[in-house]
Design a protein. Structure first.
Length: 256
């Protein structure tokens, strides 16, 4: 039996004799009593949130993969796949990033580019486009070659409702003109000037095409961009406000 944890490791190991039986008991109860329309495994998720506090973590990258319409969350060498309808992680996750052939761990960002609906991965000073047909990463190129004017080691990126793609790094944001294929004139600008209400040093951002809203994550909190108000709402605690997303934020994986 192996337990992999970001935090609470000593607690889990010390009380494994009661935690693991409770885990499986709650799993059974969840299956029997919860309705399909409810968010998955609420009882089990609540147990780990309230008792172990294992649902607080940040993420490196989040975005939707156009090949299957699923949303993916990346953290270090692991990733989760979201059940978009139930808004919780699918069973048997997290999995190792190596399942995304050629994609390294600890990526800076995953970007579904709204210009061509291609999926791109960024790490350090390089990026690649994921080959959906062959299900593997393409060649890694220098960011300066493929995205003129965009800095290395980005924090976050997403394609906005205005048709532009934005790259964040520290206090600055770079607007990328998808048609002209270069950073727009006058950029970079302060994040606070372009996206009021957002903090600096974001972890990841994405536009969720399930509800057409843009989400920004920093640490254990997230923000929602309101197009009609031209400002961000938040911060909201992810573990409570991201639609009971405990199984996405879950930081324990048990293998028997």
């Amino acid at each position: 039996m192996h337990a992999w944890l970001y935090n609470g490791e000593m607690f889990v190991l010390k009380y494994a004799w009661i935690i693991f039986p409770l885990y499986f008991l709650l799993s059974i109860i969840s299956e029997v009593f919860e309705q399909p329309s409810q968010e998955c495994n609420f009882l089990l998720a609540s147990f780990f949130v309230s008792i172990l506090g294992l649902c607080e973590t940040s993420f490196d990258a989040i975005d939707l993969w156009s090949r299957n319409g699923k949303t993916y969350f990346f953290k270090g060498n692991n990733y989760w796949r979201l059940d978009d309808a139930k808004r919780c992680a699918e069973r048997n996750f997290p999995k190792n990033v190596s399942n995304w052939k050629g994609v390294p761990g600890n990526i800076d960002e995953m970007l579904l580019w709204g210009h061509n609906w291609g999926t791109y991965f960024f790490k350090g000073n390089r990026y690649c486009r994921y080959d959906d047909y062959n299900d593997r990463a393409g060649t890694f190129w220098l960011i300066s070659q493929g995205w003129p004017g965009v800095p290395d080691n980005i924090d976050a990126a997403f394609t906005h409702s205005d048709g532009k793609t934005y790259f964040f790094k520290g206090r600055l944001v770079y607007q990328f003109d998808n048609v002209a294929d270069r950073v727009s004139a006058g950029y970079p600008k302060l994040v606070s000037a372009v996206f009021p209400g957002l903090p600096d040093n974001l972890d990841t951002a994405f536009r969720w095409y399930k509800d057409m809203k843009s989400y920004f994550f920093k640490g254990v909190e997230f923000y929602i961009w309101r197009d009609s108000l031209n400002r961000a709402d938040g911060p909201f605690l992810s573990k409570y406000n991201w639609k009971n997303h405990c199984f996405v934020w879950k930081t324990i994986s048990i293998n028997l």
